[in-house]
Design a protein around this ligand. Structure first.
Ligand code: 4AD
Ligand code: MG
Length: 430
């Protein structure tokens, strides 16, 4: 008898197979029982019939509880109308009969579910989200591999800030100096492009932000990409291709998961069209028409991004932000010195920023001036300034937040559901 995964069940119609999993749901009429089995790779229905099972086995089956782990064997059949499969059970044994499972079909509050995250991961919605996240990760590696980028692993313990200094997690480093948890590997990738041309990293980053919004985590997964000899336009072109590739992968591989999440896929199918491009100045004008009181020199807040992106059916690049609201390393716009050559990519349907990127300051003196103006410790950036001394080149890069992209693709409201074990300002457990 074949031991199978539910993902492959279609190949075994009419055959007797064995599978192992958990009972995600069950009901019984007293003569016939239906168990919904989850084996990790998918879901199927097991049918237990008093006409087929021995009396002893039927009695045993009545001990089943939610999340009981089982080994089952039986014959596979296909639903006459739907792409669904059933197992006519011939035999089974329990690995363990689960105790009273705390998560039931009734509504639970978010705090309760997050306290039980170690169990909540099993529910069908959460299962679907992690599978889509996995596809997005795989697609990222595939895309860069096909486009001559190599992966460079940047450090997590760092001596200085990459983004704002107010959002740094500080660590005592052997009582001798302070270390910080990385906010982004970008600066290290800028060193690596001088050796490899095109590089990316992908790993956990940390922000000690005291924000309690639905789009902020204190630990999240960022992918940074960096390219030598690329300007802002080229940077946006690569981002657009990457995001298109990622969304197409999900549409190809995760129809079942998108259906579980009841995601309307029409907005995702728009990904084939070119993305929108507007300048920060144009965005501010648009926002004023939409009732926002954003000032010309303001950064865009989460609320502004929400109202703006609700107006669009595809991602939008917002370019040329005022220099004072952006990081020290961004290159000034030669046309308007008060702005920088940057672009944030905002996801539509109200989701907002998923990527931040820019052309980098490649001139030694201009960069040193920015480091001083931002009150950053010059010593910590000597190595970074060195890159502008030995064969400096125009270069650009960007970074995405995996959880923000996953939330948008899945169509869910809060990014804390997109990471297996979320860390936020008030949550470190489980
Ligand atoms: O815009 P950010 O801060 O850009 C950087 O860190 C650059 N150094 C990246 C680069 O150019 N290589 O962060 C990049 C992305 C954001 O667009 C957002 O998607 C995500 O990271 N992000 C967060 N995701 C979850 N929780 C947070 N607190 C986040 N902060 C940023
Ligand atoms: Mg940003």
């Amino acid at each position: 008898m074949n031991k199978i995964l539910i993902a492959n069940i279609a190949k075994y119609v009419g055959e007797e197979v064995e599978l192992s999993g958990w009972v995600a749901n069950f009901r019984s009429s007293g003569k016939i029982a239906f168990w919904q089995i989850r084996d990790g790779s998918g879901f199927c229905q097991a049918v237990l019939d008093t006409k087929i099972l021995s009396e002893v086995l039927w009695k045993e089956s009545e001990k089943v509880t939610l999340e009981t782990s089982v080994k089952i064997s039986g014959v596979v059949s296909r639903h006459p109308k739907k792409e669904e499969y059933e197992l006519q059970v011939k035999d089974f044994s329990f690995y363990q009969i689960a105790q009273d499972y705390p998560i039931s079909k009734k509504e639970h509050g978010p705090d309760f579910l997050l306290d039980n995250r170690h169990l909540w991961l099993r529910s069908s919605h959460q299962w679907a989200i992690q599978r889509i996240r996995n596809t997005l990760i795989l697609a990222t590696y595939e895309f860069f591999n096909q486009n001559n980028f190599i992966k460079i692993d940047s450090p997590i313990l760092t001596p200085s800030a990459c983004e704002g200094t107010t959002e740094l997690f500080e660590i005592d480093y052997f009582g001798e100096q302070k270390a910080y948890l990385s906010q982004s590997g970008q600066l290290y990738l800028e060193a690596a492009i001088m050796a490899h041309g095109k590089v990316f990293d992908f790993g956990p980053v940390f922000r000690a932000e005291k924000s309690k919004t639905r789009r902020h985590l204190t630990e999240f997964w960022m992918m940074d990409a960096e390219m030598a000899f690329a300007d802002l336009e080229e940077n946006m072109r690569v981002q657009e291709e990457l995001i298109r590739y990622m969304v197409k992968s999900v549409l190809e591989k995760n129809q079942q998961e998108l259906a579980i999440l009841e995601r309307d896929i029409k907005p995702l199918e728009n990904i084939l069209k070119p993305f929108y491009k507007i300048t920060h100045a144009e965005a501010v004008k648009r926002l004023h028409e939409l009732g926002s009181d954003i000032k010309e020199d303001d950064d865009m807040g989460a609320d502004d991004e929400t109202i703006l992106t609700k107006q669009y059916d595809n991602p939008i690049f917002v370019t040329h932000y005022p220099k004072d609201v952006k990081a020290f390393y961004m290159k000034r716009d030669p046309v308007d010195n008060s702005r920088v050559l940057c672009a944030d990519l905002l996801a539509p349907e109200g989701y907002g920023e998923i990527i931040g990127g820019s052309q980098r300051e490649d001139n030694y003196d201009a960069l040193l001036e920015r480091i001083k103006a931002h009150n950053l410790p010059e010593e910590a950036f000597t190595w970074y300034l060195d890159l502008r001394k030995y064969g400096s080149v125009p270069h650009s890069g960007f970074g995405f937040g995996l959880e923000r992209i996953t939330a948008w693709v899945c169509g869910i409201a809060h990014i804390r559901e997109t990471i297996p074990f979320p860390r936020t300002i008030n949550r470190l457990n489980p």
